[in-house]
Write a protein that binds this ligand. Structure first.
Ligand SMILES: *Cc1c(COP(=O)(O)O)cnc(C)c1O
Length: 386
């Protein structure tokens, strides 16, 4: 049996072979603990310093501002719980957005259970945040605003520059979950006035299980309460022996993504537009999220007149896609992101997220477009009378 065409780049991506080759020596030859005070430790420590410098440079930060974590989930938890705990005496109010990833929403709900207050801002029908609403939500006891850079379901890019300026003006810390954005859109913590930023490697052809939290050290120096205590690694903010192969692979993945970003995003966007053009010909198919303020490889559609479950089952044999978020696909409630856009439960259920990536080809896109069109037509024809 041949596997379906992979079009789920927002869920994860394969490790690029160039990344793998960089990682391999760190499993066997350079295996030392980077904290050890001997040659085996020093050689690994030197490689990690280089990786840290590379990653910091990619977002306009300094190496000391990078805290390695197991991924964006952990980085988000550290940012949200760590800031809430450290600024407890100053205020207990946080602001985020209804369309955030569960790795933001769940830590926020957890904080609410401890007595913190959280405002979950709505979005406009195109998925963009209303900046007036953000400004109105800021209170004297607000300590953190967390708004994602790029949405994992609909690919919508929030206006980080303007959000950063508003937070700066009101002296509130600004965190952004950039798991889907790093390597795909320009990110600069200085220009965008970002105080904390979560990153991960596995959405950009790096390994799973590695990410980072950027934590601003100057103007202002962000206070953070550690959530993992132990050996005091990462300036005491995240204990645990560092994972050199993953860190080296993470840096290489980011470096490749940046070096190839212009040509790759152009090519991927052309594939995305080609897919959308062919699907539109079917009729009764709607785009979810803003038409151009979105990631180049993202296409999220709702299909009228079909059952969501049947649609996904029909597509799965020839294309690996998600219905809503990968993390939510096991649930039967419609995607919280599409609901926040104002989509009806039926259209939210009957939605497909395509994530086009580095290794997809035009021929694959044409095959998937034809397959989806045939599936939708078949389902509409066989739909039992209600
Ligand atoms: C994938 C993703 C995460 C989770 O990242 P992990 O590294 O898998 O923990 C968090 N936020 C967003 C927006 C994501 O797309």
């Amino acid at each position: 049996m041949t596997r379906p065409i992979y079009l789920d780049a927002h869920a994860t991506t394969p490790v690029d072979d160039r990344v793998l080759q960089k990682m391999l020596p760190f499993f066997t030859e350079y295996f030392g603990n980077p904290g050890s005070l001997h040659a085996y430790g020093w050689e690994v420590e030197a490689a990690l310093r280089q990786a840290r410098e590379m990653l910091a440079g990619a977002i306009g930060a300094t190496p000391e501002e990078i805290i390695f974590t197991s991924g964006a989930t952990e980085a988000n938890n550290l940012a949200i719980k760590g800031v809430a705990e450290a600024y407890f005496a100053k205020g207990r109010h946080l602001i985020t957005v209804q369309t955030e990833h569960s790795a933001i929403l769940d830590p926020c709900r957890y904080l609410e259970s401890l007595g913190f207050e959280v405002t979950y801002l709505p979005v406009q029908p195109d998925g963009l945040l209303d900046l007036d609403k953000l400004e109105q939500a800021i209170r004297s006891d607000t300590v953190l605003v967390s708004v994602m850079a790029a949405n994992n379901e609909i690919g919508v890019l929030q206006p980080l520059n303007q959000i950063g300026a508003i937070c700066q003006q009101h002296q509130v810390l600004f965190h952004t979950d950039a798991a889907q954005a790093i390597g795909k859109i320009p990110l600069d913590v200085e220009a965008m006035q970002i105080d904390l930023m979560s990153l991960t490697a596995h959405k950009i052809y790096g390994p799973k299980g590695i990410g980072a939290l950027y934590v601003r050290r100057r103007q202002p120096r962000v206070q953070l309460a550690a959530q993992l205590h132990g050996g005091g690694q990462e300036r005491g903010l995240r204990s645990g022996t560092l994972y050199p192969p993953q860190i080296v692979g993470f840096a290489e993945a980011v470096q490749l993504a940046l070096a190839e970003r212009e040509t790759e995003s152009q090519r991927i966007q052309q594939l995305r537009d080609r897919l959308w053009q062919q699907l539109q010909e079917v009729g009764g198919i709607y785009l979810n999220g803003h038409s151009d303020r979105r990631l180049p490889g993202n296409l999220n559609i709702s299909v009228e007149g079909v059952d969501g479950q049947a649609l996904l089952l029909g597509i799965q044999p020839f294309a690996a896609v998600s219905s809503g978020s990968a993390c939510a696909s096991a649930k039967t409630t419609p995607s919280h992101v599409l609901s926040a856009l104002g989509r009806s439960p039926e259209l939210a259920h009957a939605s497909i997220r395509f994530g086009i990536g580095r290794f997809n080809t035009e021929a694959e896109i044409d095959r998937v477009a034809a397959g989806v069109a045939a599936t939708v037509k078949a389902l509409r024809n066989t739909r039992p009378a209600l």
